[in-house]
Design a protein around this ligand. Structure first.
Ligand SMILES: [Zn+2]
Length: 360
């Protein structure tokens, strides 16, 4: 029995012979080469694997001898396989090098979608460009802000509803000054406060970016974008403000766009006003006004809030209100984008549906 095991191994190796060399040599690609290799050394069905399985029956004293023969055979198979694999790789690389070259600069056959800025950011950039052309400097401010810069210096009374937990995202920040309350800014006016607190007039600044409030319905989102501008100098009046906003309306909707001011109250301005711009989606002459949903048939669209900066705000920021005056205005960028493109719900702007975004 023991003699049989060794003899069976020797007979098995002799039967395998050189056949694998021919099989490997005629394999024309890596896949068929690996198939041929598996026929010899595959874990279950390999012909050599089966012979190697006979080693179990070889007595210990004859194992080194039988094992050496099996291993030598196995080494030969593996070396032959590696050699052929390397030859095939080299051949396929040569074929690639000599093949007709691809011209990678040719346009593709399928149209490739090219990205673009989100409609809110397109609108933001267009608005900033209008104000930049009017002489305003663009400044960025932080989105996580101290209560002082967001509310206190803007003369919000401590019990103003805007400061309520219901309306504002208060946050805890490691390393914040002691007793300082920190929040996600509720408007871009924090940038106005920061600039006024660190510079000397004259200054004309515009700032845009995300702001945060606890609002969520068809026209409100907890995060939206605002743009805000202000100017401080010795001789500034409501007439200057009106001129700038009229120029802005024309920059946005074209020459002759009408603007009207309605008195309103904001704690940080005195006097304050809301500004309407003539509806560009309808016309009384053309008879489209009676059915216009954008302006609800009024012919006016409410766009922004503005006013003369309250003397207390100037004082809080270290500016002498006896010498300097200023105006400020601010509005939501989403609202302008919705009016501009006729978008019915603010949610479309934040759902990131490519079918919607591809339309801009
Ligand atoms: Zn209208």
């Amino acid at each position: 029995m023991t003699e049989d095991a060794v003899a069976a191994i020797e007979r098995g190796l002799a039967e395998l012979g050189d056949a694998y060399r021919d099989a490997f040599a005629t394999a024309s690609n890596e896949i068929s080469l690996r198939d041929e290799y598996a026929k010899v050394l595959g874990k279950k069905q390999g012909s050599l694997t089966r012979v190697m399985g006979l080693m179990r029956d070889v007595p210990a004293d004859r194992r080194p001898e039988a094992g050496a023969k099996v291993n030598a055979f196995k080494d030969q198979v593996e070396r032959t396989f590696e050699q052929r694999l390397a030859d095939l790789h080299r051949a396929s690389r040569d074929a690639e090098l000599h093949a007709r070259p691809y011209d990678l600069t040719l346009p593709g056959r399928l149209p490739v979608g090219r990205g673009h800025l989100h409609p809110v950011l397109q609108t933001r950039d267009d608005l900033l460009t209008i104000f930049r052309d009017l002489g305003f400097e663009v400044v960025e401010g932080p989105e996580v802000e101290l209560e002082e810069n967001n509310f206190t210096k803007l003369a919000f009374p401590p019990d103003h509803p805007a400061t309520d937990m219901q309306d504002t995202f208060w946050v805890g920040v490691d390393g914040a000054p002691k007793d300082a309350r920190v929040l996600l800014r509720t408007h871009t006016s924090n940038t106005q406060v920061r600039v006024m607190s660190t510079r000397t007039p004259p200054m004309a600044v515009v700032s845009a970016g995300p702001v945060y409030r606890r609002d969520d319905d068809i026209t409100h989102s907890p995060m939206f974008h605002q743009i805000e501008g202000f100017l401080v100098d010795e001789q500034v009046s409501m007439a200057d403000l009106k001129g700038v906003l009229a120029a802005f309306a024309e920059g946005l909707y074209g020459p002759g766009t009408p603007v009207r001011f309605r008195p309103s109250y904001f704690p940080f301005v005195e006097p304050g006003a809301e500004v309407d711009i003539g509806c560009v989606f309808c016309s009384e002459a053309a008879g489209t006004r009676a059915t216009c949903r954008v302006c609800k048939t009024t012919g006016w669209v409410e766009v922004l809030g503005c006013g003369m900066i309250h003397p207390d705000v100037l004082r809080h920021c270290g500016i002498d209100p006896e010498r300097y005056r200023g105006y400020a205005f601010g509005f939501g960028i989403e609202r302008i984008a919705m009016l501009r493109y006729g978008i019915p719900s603010i949610k479309h702007l934040f759902e990131n549906d490519p079918r919607f975004l591809a339309q801009f």
